[in-house]
Design a protein around this ligand. Sequence first.
Ligand SMILES: [Zn+2]
Length: 401
Amino acid sequence: MSVSNFRKRLYYDDSYLTRFEANVVEQYRKGDRFAVILDRTAFYPTSGGQMHDLGFLNERPVVEVLEDGGEVLHLVELPFDDERLSGKIDWQRRFSFMQQHTAFHILAQAFLRALRLDTLSSHLGESASTIDIAADDITWEQIEQVEKLVHQVVFENRPVETFWVEKGKLQSLSLRKMPPDIQKPIRLVSIKDFDLDPCGGTHVRNTGEVGIVKILSWEKVRGNIRCTFQAGWRGLKDYQQRVVTTQAIAQAISVTDDEMVKQVIALKASLKQREKQLQKKNEKLLQLEAQQFIENLRRRPEKTWTAAAEQKTPAEIKFLAKTVGREAPAGVIIYSNEEPMFLVVVWNGDNEKDLRLLIPKLQKLMDVKGGGSPNFVELHGLNRNNSQQAIGEIKIFLEQS
Ligand SMILES: [Zn+2]
């Protein structure tokens, strides 16, 4: 038997114990902190899918609790001068983990009984808990079946007890899951007439203390189903937030909760239809604007038609340039007046030109990006300082024979 087995883990016998006295056995530097080993402790170290406790040793915060080679390491910022320490567990955090952990046992057995599905693993995190189920798929109806059984067990307020069993006696017990290593005595957790499972974690005394247990979502992870759940105080908080959110959405769209989904779907469909109508109107407007551009540009003597477009998206500028380009005698430059500037060049002349050659030419002078085809090029990255120089260079390129 290793030395560590003489150190007492007080949470095994009483998970409600929040204050204790202990002697320092050893302390040493570990990274930028100090690890303290005590002869007895109520601090739960991160293990078995459950997060560690927080709390104080002689009013000094314990920032992490680890298990290392069978020892419980309490990590603190500074070492202690005293031999004797008093410990205090952060009860709110501990009780929340006790609720999540007991909920996990009930869920695992409920999945087995209601759906004949085995539980693979669990993770009880600081904000969310997950349970991995051996299944390809699951439905909300099946989830509700499981939750109904879970709450039956919660409302029946069944006792939750722990006890140790010697190797060899396990075979006669009907455990939900056999432990892989049964060489030494093992701790079992029983939920009266419902579940029996090996576990070293902290649990509540009666299932009623678990409170609400709700699966919030699920996803496929490595071919199995991972359910995210909340229990106890966390479950209540989550429910409260959801009610507030639902109410706010219902008020924003002026409907009752029951009509909300129907109304949101209807709103989405009507928005899509209006967007289509708007797009059609916009296209007509752009056509008219393009005609106006053409008439104005025809009156001017310049060989290259150049115009600035106010408050236009890149797609609208491209549409304008293409429409104007079809009527132009040679080259067309249309650009947005707002920064970041967007500029389009179109070629409609008789002789062949490759407008793409413009891009490396301009890139030698300024930081621009662009692309397109021989007759159509778009440029990004121009600003007020370099746009006139760029337009000048483009005109030279377009007007040389
Ligand atoms: Zn457990």
